[in-house]
Structure formats: structure tokens, C-alpha cells
Design a protein around this ligand. Sequence first.
Ligand SMILES: [Zn+2]
Length: 437
Amino acid sequence: MRRVLNFLVAAVIALAVAWFVAGLPGRITAQIGNTTVEAATPVVALGLLLTLVVLYFLVRLLSGVVRLPWHLGRWRGARQRRLGDVAVTRALLALAAGEKSDARREAHRARRMLSDTPLTLLLAAEAGRLAGRQDEAETAFRQLAQRDDAAFLGYRGLLRQAIARDDWAEAAVLARQAEAAQPGADWLRQERVRLAIRAGNWAEATQLADGAVSRGALATAASETEPDKARAVKLARQAWKDNPALAPAALAYAEKLRADGRESRALAVVRHSWTLAPHPDLAAFVLAPFPDTLARVKAAQRLTEANPSHTESRLLLARTSLEAGLAGEARHQAEAARDAGVDQRRLWLLLADIEEHDHGDTEAGRAAQREALRRAAMAEPDPQWRCTVCHVPSTAWHAACPNCGSPGGLQWSAVAPGSYPLPAVLTYGPERGTEVL
Ligand SMILES: [Zn+2]
């Protein structure tokens, strides 16, 4: 409707102008040399108008011809960007799908179309890494590292390559450079913790670790390797404060306190940890100064008074009682644990010992022992250190899991057969360091 109105207004104006021009009176005479040209005024006005229109289109045409190369360049650039974007998308898809040659080809095409941008360099590097062309990847990562706008990406890639080839000295240098490029990056902090663990630099790993569990474990290891005595005590105390349920942390602190003659404080530390998470090593620490078996029973009772019905408490009381010849109490504690549903190998072995003590080498004694040993053979395994991340067991405690390297990953636990989580080494998934981008 609006268009129709505009057209009508324009038509009326044009008609009015034409009417006005056609009605102009007189004639116009022009003399050029000996030639005289004469025409009616409306004809001259129309001629002038047509001349202006022709001049306008002529100027436009000339301007178009002059600017043609610029327009062509612009068109070519837009086309390259469009094709480059397509190559970037294809390279990303190929990387995600693990198609090595496609990823490399599309990454090169993207680089050719869009030149060296952080995105195309990163794609080229990752495609090279995926294809096993480490030199190609390294060159692209180094180019990235030289750029102010993407240095961290370059250092990150170089750091991952150094870790993959176990070049820990180079990795430490690159980690520092990456930290300078992007201070406080969470991923980098975790990698620096791993590097410090690899280098046995537990104090640095403790400072970098986040989370009380991993910090407690790392501080425990740091306290064991710290040559300065006062500093070692401080680290052990920090470890125990961070994770009082971690038996090695409690023992590290308690042993240092005992060595300093602060026995009551050492026992208080161990007793507190026992109430949170009993562990046989804590009991061994408390009983160590007592060679007398009855004194050991008393020490065990004192240790377990806060949680006497815990499996570890009952087993400790049963074992120390049996050693002191208190077979009745030993049997009471062991059978209470059994009745509570405990079905561990060590419980049945203890019951076999109690049967031997009670009945000696009699027919009834031998039968009871056989039954206990038969149950021991079928029982659940005893508690052990097991990684909470990769679920692989370890015969001894370590500040970082020997299998997957997780700081503070090992936890003392009893796991029933059939409920074992599948170790991460047996599960399908991306191998460490092979993830792209
Ligand atoms: Zn692990």
C-alpha cells in the first residue's frame, strides 16, 4: 500500500514537472561560430536533463571499472574465508573421529585459506599429533607459543608432548613458561602437581595441590623427605590437620612427636585418627612400647574405647586378648565381628587360632580349625590400599597412586568380591595424553 502511494506521489510530481516544462514559453538560440542552433525552451530543458542522466551513468561506470580489482579481491577474500571455515569444521570433525589423514589434510587447507591464526595453528598441531607427526605438531605449537594472543596454547601442547616422551626437565621449563603466559590456569596447576610428584618434589606438590585429601597425602610424603626437623614436624602436622582420617599422616606426625618425647600428644593424635578411620598401623604404633601382653590389651582397650564395635577395634581387641591368653574375651570379640557380618580372611584365621588355643590338638579342635580355615579360603579379602580413581590395589601406601598418579588416591578399604570396580587400566577410554584439543 505504501509503495502504491509512493508511486502515485512520484507520478504526480513527474507529471507536474513535465507539464511545467512543456508549458515554458519562448525559444533558446545558441551561436557556436557561424552555426546557430535554435530550439524551443522545453526541448532544451529535456536535452539538459538527458545529458545529466547520461553523465551520471558514465561516471558510475568509470568508477566501477577503476574499483574492479578491489571488488575482486574482496570477493576472493570472502570466498577464502568461507572455504577456510568449512575446512576448520571438517578438521575438527576428523580430529574428533580420529581420522588422521583427513584431519591433517583439512588442517592444512584451513591454514592455506585462513593463514596462520591461533585456530589453524592449533588444528595443524593437533592433527600432526594425532597422526604421530610429533615434529610437525611441535613446529605448530612453537609458532603458537610465539604469539602473544595464544602463547598458553602453544606451551600447553609442548608440555603435553614433553610429558608424553618422559622429558621431565623440559616439561618443568615449559610449565613455568605456561604459568607466565596464563597465571593460575587450573589444568596447568594439576600438571605441575604431577610434575612435582614425578620429580619427588613433595613440598612443591603440596603447595600446588588443591583439596584437603590430596594435600594431606602430599604433605605426609613431604614430611618424610624433609631434612629440616622443625619443617618436617610442621609438614606432618599440616598433613594430619588436612586429613586426620589418613593413617600414614597421623603416623608421620605421631612418630615425630614420639621422637621429641611428646608421647601423650602422639597418642592423642593416633586415638583421634582411630575414631575417624581405624587402621592396623595405628594400633601397631600404640602397642609398640609395650612388650607385656596384658599391657598391650590395656593399650588396645584405651585406643578403641571411642569406637569399640568397629571391625578394626574388635579384631585388635581379639588378637591382643588371645596373645595375653584371654581366650574368652578374644572369642567374644571375634564372634561379635562375625555376627555383625564381617567375613574377612583375617577374622577366620583369628578364629582358627582361638580354636587351637581353646581345644588344642583334639579331634574337636582340629574339626573347628578346619572349618575356620575352610571359611578363610572362601572369605572376602582383607582391607588394603586401593586407588579411588583407577581402583588398582597397592601393597603399600603411597602419596600418589603408583598406577595412575592421582595424589591422595589411595584409600584403605575392604571391597567385597564381585563388587570390585573395574580397574581403569582395563576399561575402554582415551589413553592419557591422547585426547585432542
Ligand atoms: Zn590410581
